[in-house]
Design a protein around this ligand. Structure first.
Ligand code: PLP
Length: 419
């Protein structure tokens, strides 16, 4: 049973100040979870989580994670600018991009970020555009199909990311010749894994690779970045991952592979987004419309522009009708937004308690890749983001867009004054 982290009473107070829809984040949950991750990897001296900014690019959220000792994983110029504004030091910024424009490498070098190259050709490109740093990481793509013993499967052979193994060996040799002194390896082979086996399996692959790269090129491998991919139970029947078991699984692979190879000083990095923030965000909306045609529809004041995952991937997000948490789920609804797109549905054929117009609806697990994937189709505006602080008070951490924001990019034009 999924329970919201806010009560109806709290929400009734909040909506007096901040109208729906909005995303709200739970500071207490974020902090406790970040501490658990740290504890799970405490066995590794250099462990660091670089939070994937793309998941929740909000400075107030990043500051909470910074306070818990996390760095940031940036993938674009604006994310680097955000890291800079929050005074992250160079080694606290990982730059994991792909199809990277020169200006982004220049910015990453200016901030002294750790650059994680996605492609072999980027060795020359980075050298030409921004110069090579002393420390560099390269992203690995093993190709083929990735599986774990409990059946996780993904398809790196079909993914646009990373170097082949041959390119990595050649790349490390070239980088060494060009004066790079410290090396890292990165890979992201499966997304949203609900399994304690993903990280240990990935770690095994990367640890073996690190030993091979070290033996073949003499590269001094300082860190291995397991990237993102630890999932969350979006469905109430799914079992959450146990981060302590995951940390222990990685430790076991570390002891078995890296330590005997004399590489016991290697630091483990992670670049988690969903695991760090997903469960600690709700999209709060209101039922504003009901419709009875061939199916029963409930229309919300939020739409796919506020949460794209259901429309984009058919992703499940659990729904709670506030005040009716324990009522029987004996009505079948499609819960929709107002976009002129039939995939603008937060739920299809979902069994829920009877929904009345005006009911407050919580859509769970929107803390990562939620607000940040938003867009403006149909001229819809992005919502506010709120923070439920540890003391129970609520803080606005991003205001809702207004029509002025929507029209701001016409500020060069005569139309702007009329809009
Ligand atoms: C390079 C990189 N690192 C980390 C992440 C975070 O992944 P997740 O939110 O699944 O942990 C992503 C997600 O797209 C990514 O592209």
């Amino acid at each position: 049973m999924k329970r919201p982290f806010v009560t109806l009473e709290q929400l009734n107070d909040i909506i007096k100040v901040y109208p729906t829809p909005f995303h709200i984040y739970d500071e207490k949950g974020i902090r406790e979870n970040a501490r658990k991750l740290k504890a799970a990897f405490a066995w590794n001296k250099g462990f660091k989580e670089y939070f994937a900014v793309k998941a929740t690019p909000n400075p107030y959220i990043l500051n909470i994670l910074k306070d818990e000792g996390c760095g940031v994983d940036c993938s674009s110029l604006t994310e680097l600018m955000l890291a800079n504004a929050l005074d992250y030091k160079g080694e606290d910024i990982m730059f994991s991009s792909n199809v990277t424009p020169a200006e982004e490498f220049v910015k990453a070098r200016e901030l002294n970020a750790v650059i994680n190259l996605d492609d072999f050709t980027h060795i020359d490109f980075l050298e030409k555009e921004a110069g090579l740093p002393k420390t560099i990481s390269c992203r690995y793509n093993p190709g083929g199909v990735f599986t774990t013993s409990n059946g996780i499967m993904d398809n790196p052979g079909d993914a646009k990311y990373g170097f082949t193994k041959e390119q990595l060996i050649e790349g490390f040799r070239i980088l060494k010749q060009k004066g790079v002194e410290n090396f890292g390896i990165h890979a992201f082979l499966a997304s949203n894994t609900i399994s304690n086996e993903y990280y240990p399996t990935l770690a095994g692959i990367l640890f073996e690779l690190a030993v091979e790269l070290h033996n073949k090129t003499g590269a001094d491998i300082k860190f291995i970045n397991l990237s993102g991919g630890i999932g969350i139970p979006y469905r109430p029947e799914e079992k959450p991952n146990d981060i302590m078991v995951i940390g222990e699984g990685v430790r076991k692979a570390f002891e078995e592979i890296l330590v005997p190879a004399g590489m016991g000083e290697v630091a483990i990095y992670t670049e988690l987004g969903r695991y760090m923030l997903g469960p600690y965000g709700h999209l709060v909306a209101r039922a504003v419309h009901e419709k009875h045609i061939y199916k029963e529809y409930i229309g919300l004041d939020a739409s796919a522009v506020n949460l794209m995952r259901p429309a984009m991937y058919g992703a499940y997000h659990h729904i709670t009708v506030m005040g009716k948490e324990d009522a029987p789920c004996n009505f079948k609804y499609d819960v929709t937004g107002a976009l002129c797109e039939n995939n603008d549905k937060f739920a299809i054929d979902r069994m829920l308690p009877k929904i009345d117009i005006g009911d407050l609806i919580i859509i769970h697990d929107t803390g990562a890749h939620g607000f940040s994937m938003g867009y403006n189709y149909n001229g819809k505006l992005r919502s506010a983001e709120l923070l439920l602080k540890e003391d129970g008070s609520v803080r606005l951490i991003r205001r809702a867009e207004t029509p002025k924001d929507y029209f701001a990019t016409f500020d060069f034009s005569d139309y702007h004054e009329k809009l």
